[in-house]
Design a protein around this ligand. Structure first.
Ligand SMILES: C[S@@+](CC[C@H](N)C(=O)[O-])C[C@H]1O[C@@H](n2cnc3c(N)ncnc32)[C@H](O)[C@@H]1O
Length: 232
């Protein structure tokens, strides 16, 4: 038994310095995939990081999940059972990503982020992309999707000013300060940011097309999104 425990300890790797209940260990050789600003748009086998109440309670006992269900806006979109299964059967780290990514250098094979980067102030977004590059292994891939600034501005020309303003520039939810958009990007802007963060080979992708795993599950909002992949 002791030998077995030692073997397991030798073949696992801690991803970063985290609070005890958030520590993630991965098997050596295992593909490490990290979903940043995940919300509940997650896929199995990923490490999910978010500042939401959902991520905070995910590591607590199941009866807390049932209580949290009543308190979060998630009850507008998920049944209680689906919500509890998502929290109970996936790995979450609760963290304010404006402060960086709480993982060690070069531990991840893939990072994914969907409709999250625009929720950071521009300087925090620059820092986050540099952090994505830091936590990726050499050759690791990042996929980012954001609402396309070009699409948002096209609404103005189409006479849909109200939609442009409320969905993209002044969207707000008084219950959740993380929900506000703090910046917007078009393709050249996101390319510049990624190259400055240390990535190479940035390319535009289509919805659910690319080389990052599970994008058929993770990608959403094809009507207004810009999808980009970059290699470290
Ligand atoms: C619009 S939702 C997108 C959720 C999901 N990725 C998707 O594609 O539907 C933005 C997410 O970013 C998270 N978020 C915003 N600012 C954050 C921050 N500073 N740190 C951590 N998470 C943040 C929110 O809690 C929320 O879950």
């Amino acid at each position: 038994m002791k030998l077995l425990r030692q073997t397991i300890e030798f073949t696992t790797l801690t991803l970063g310095k985290l609070k005890r209940n958030q520590r993630c260990k991965v098997q050596l050789g295992q593909v490490v995939k990290v979903n940043l600003g995940c919300g509940l748009a997650i896929a199995s086998g990923w490490v999910n990081i978010d500042g939401s109440l959902n991520a905070l309670v995910a590591n607590l006992p199941p009866f807390i999940h049932r209580l949290a269900y009543r308190m979060t806006g998630s009850n507008r979109y998920y049944t209680e059972d689906v919500y509890c299964n998502l929290l109970g059967n996936n790995r979450f780290i609760h963290h304010d990503l404006a402060a960086g990514i709480p993982l060690n250098d070069a531990v991840a094979d893939y990072t994914y982020s969907s409709h999250f980067v625009e929720h950071l102030f521009r300087r925090d977004a620059e820092h986050l992309l540099a952090e994505m590059c830091r936590v990726l292994k050499p050759g690791g891939k990042a996929r980012i999707s954001v609402p396309d600034l070009e699409f948002a501005v096209s609404l103005y020309a189409a006479g849909e000013k109200e939609k442009m303003l409320t969905q993209y520039f002044f969207n707000d939810d008084e219950d959740n300060h993380y929900s506000r958009h703090k910046y917007m990007y078009d393709f050249p802007m996101i390319v510049e940011l990624l190259l400055r963060a240390g990535f190479r080979e940035v390319r535009r992708c289509s919805f659910a097309q690319g080389s990052v795993p599970d994008i058929d599950i993770l990608d959403n909002r094809p009507e207004d999104s810009l999808y980009v992949e970059a290699i470290k």
